[in-house]
Design a protein around this ligand. Structure first.
Ligand SMILES: *[C@@H]1O[C@H](CO)[C@@H](O)[C@H](O)[C@H]1NC(C)=O
Ligand SMILES: *[C@@H]1O[C@H](CO)[C@@H](O)[C@H](O)[C@H]1NC(C)=O
Ligand SMILES: *[C@@H]1O[C@H](CO)[C@@H](O)[C@H](O)[C@H]1NC(C)=O
Ligand SMILES: *[C@@H]1O[C@H](CO)[C@@H](O)[C@H](O)[C@H]1NC(C)=O
Ligand SMILES: *[C@@H]1O[C@H](CO)[C@@H](O)[C@H](O)[C@H]1NC(C)=O
Length: 587
């Protein structure tokens, strides 16, 4: 049920989380910041589970196996560690272990209605599937249906899978050298040279700490891991739903294993060619559109529903620009209950950018924060959106692993073409990019990760992304997605025979960022029956980023009346996801 107090609790959680990740494709808000509120919350809920008398669980006690040996973990989930080859071309060589998590089907495996596992990937790259399942697994399972095991995993290099990408000897050392820090890269007279210089050091650290495993952390090998997981379930073909970077992983799988597709949905679709060229240059085609939706929806909502209201979208845009200028001249000191820092230009820009990922949970706090800043020079609400608790050296065994940023660099730099290492090239690239998007000052940091990446042979799969798949794939795109423009879904669709693009008419990153019964019905039908939506289908959304107060107080949209129980469950799950979900953010 969507009660008032749950709604506010969720909203608070979203705030904490939102700040946690800045985006690569991080559906990209993910969890990647180990010191984030987001992660603390997970650790807290883990403790709750123990208090509640569930079986004591740590990943260490799971014996890695070439079969899936399940053990209860977290709430209502089961976990296993699967042994896979580190290098699939050398199956007898060294091994990796993949941390796998499932919310089991309600049906017995021998039931004729049991439909096997659906694998999820939350994006990033660098996002943890184990974390994603804790946040979103129950709602996604409601959407898919009880016939499926809802399954995810920490891709190799990430989180609880081993070997884990790590460039530092200790957690404290890692905390002292944030690889990225919610900042714009061209904010001082130094231009981008500071970001470039830091990336040079990080590249050296990656090389120093590499024992030979690092070159095997890539999307090609992870696609093969997915097939290994599917086969360990006793299945021959994959069922998969991948978000954001997860679309690169899905398209790679479909291109390498076109005969192994039972269902494959990619949601928030990346142009994989651009990704494998390590350009990251065409992700922002619709970002301004997402931003505009904030202005338009706020003006439409009126002063009661949108705290940063002004009569026209242009007024609101102007007022926001004035705030950028104001904090640029004068950073605002902030002290919250748990931390402190400055709301400066960099922080404000990153905060606004991150909210574009999830308008239905983040636009309202953004508007409130901007209003507080404008009225009282109070930066607290805005600061909290990306707030992370201070580093504390108190992690238990198996829990000091929650940092996806190193894995993110490893995956994207290994996958793609080498990036020229000299500063001049980086400056030229940035200058051209900045002509195309005002958000280049944030997004441009991603490619910069790779300027000093160790040189490995690039003989893994890097395209082409074309296939006659054994079942047509489904692509999903939003009309105003800040980092995966609809254009890319249409482009990628051309390579996959029979595939269909489902369009969701909403701002936000990936379909789950906005609650749409229509979208989720199509996705459920696809997984349950294989049916694809008609080409050209456009789904609308059942909510406003600035909801009517009556939605807050009685907890329900009036339009939910008269729905079937199944649809109501679906829409409730979609609402819960749009309020709470966050994907890893790559910058
Ligand atoms: C994987 O193993 C094959 C066969 O031994 C070898 O040729 C290849 O170089 C290895 N891949 C990497 C990235 O080292
Ligand atoms: C926003 O813009 C309107 C119209 O230009 C102006 O009257 C108002 O004072 C501005 N509000 C803030 C908070 O800057
Ligand atoms: C980057 O910042 C420098 C210094 O403020 C400025 O001169 C330059 O024009 C900026 N470059 C771009 C592409 O924005
Ligand atoms: C798909 O099938 C068609 C007709 O059989 C063939 O011409 C085409 O090359 C195939 N495409 C791929 C990528 O295998
Ligand atoms: C798509 O698949 C159909 C049926 O398998 C085949 O006849 C057709 O040639 C394929 N088209 C392309 C462009 O590969």
């Amino acid at each position: 049920m969507f009660t008032d107090s749950n709604y506010h609790k969720r909203r608070r959680r979203v705030l904490l989380r939102g700040l946690a990740f800045t985006v690569v494709f991080y559906a990209v808000l993910w969890l990647i910041e180990r010191n984030s509120g987001f992660v603390s919350e997970n650790l807290a809920s883990l403790k709750d589970a123990r208090v509640a008398g569930e079986q004591e669980f740590t990943w260490e006690e799971l014996i890695p196996s070439t079969e899936l040996v399940w053990k209860d973990c977290y709430t209502g989930k089961q976990c296993a560690r699967l042994i896979v080859p580190l290098n699939y071309s050398d199956p007898q060589g060294e091994k990796a272990t993949i941390a796998v998590i499932k919310k089991p089907s309600l049906l017995a495996i021998d039931s004729k209605d049991y439909k096997g596992p659906v694998l999820l990937n939350p994006g990033g790259p660098g996002g943890s599937g184990v974390e994603f399942m804790q946040r979103a697994g129950d709602s996604i399972s409601t959407i898919l249906g009880p016939q499926f095991d809802t399954v995810s995993f920490d891709p190799r290099g990430i989180g609880r899978s081993t070997p884990r990408a790590s460039f530092f000897k200790t957690d404290a050392e890692r905390a002292m050298w944030p690889i990225r820090g919610h900042s714009v890269i061209n904010n001082t007279d130094e231009g981008i040279s500071r970001t470039w210089a830091r990336a040079v050091i990080t590249g050296k650290l990656a090389e120093e700490m590499d024992t030979g495993y690092l070159r095997h952390i890539n999307t090609d090998q992870t696609a093969r891991d997915m097939l290994t997981i599917v086969e360990a379930f006793g299945q021959k073909k994959i069922q998969y739903w991948g978000f954001s970077y997860g679309s690169v992983l899905g398209a790679t799988f479909a291109s390498i294993f076109p005969d192994k597709i039972h269902r494959l949905a990619i949601d928030g679709v990346v142009d994989a060619e651009n990704y494998f060229a390590t350009l990251w240059s065409n992700n922002l085609l619709d970002t301004d559109k997402t931003m505009r939706s904030f202005f338009v929806e706020c003006a439409k909502a009126g002063p009661d529903r949108c705290p940063f209201y002004a009569p026209t979208p242009q007024d609101i845009a102007k007022n926001l620009t004035a705030l950028y200028e104001s904090v640029r001249k004068q950073p605002v000191p902030v002290r919250t209950e748990t931390s402190y820092g400055l709301l400066d230009y960099s922080r404000l820009r990153s905060t606004v950018f991150v909210t574009l990922y999830q308008p239905y949970s983040a636009f309202l706090p953004l508007a409130q924060g901007l209003a507080d800043l404008a009225a009282r020079a109070d930066g607290t609400t805005l600061y909290k959106i990306l707030e992370t608790p201070f580093f504390e050296c108190s992690c238990g065994p198996g829990e000091s692993i929650l940092d996806g940023r190193e894995a993110q660099s490893a995956i994207l730099c290994n996958d793609g073409k080498d990036v020229p290492g000299d500063l001049k090239s980086a400056e030229k690239f940035f200058k051209d990019f900045a002509k195309e998007s005002e958000w280049a000052e944030i997004w441009g940091a991603i490619r910069m990760n790779c300027v000093a990446w160790p040189k490995f042979p690039k003989n893994h799969f890097q395209g082409p992304f074309i296939a006659n798949t054994s079942h047509p794939i489904l692509l999903i795109g939003n009309t105003a997605d800040p980092v995966t423009p609809l254009w890319a879904a249409k482009k990628m669709s051309r390579g996959f025979n029979g595939s269909v693009v489902l369009t969701q008419d909403s701002p936000g990153h990936c379909s789950l960022s906005a609650p749409s019964l229509c979208t989720q019905q199509h996705i459920r039908d696809y997984f349950q029956t294989g049916a694809l939506p008609k080409a050209g289908t456009i789904c609308s959304v059942e909510a406003s980023p600035f909801p009517e107060k009556k939605f807050d107080s009685d907890g329900q949209e009036p339009l939910w009346d008269g729905m079937t129980e199944g649809d109501r469950g679906l829409l409730e799950a979609a609402h819960a996801l749009s309020k709470s979900y966050s994907l890893p953010i790559p910058f």
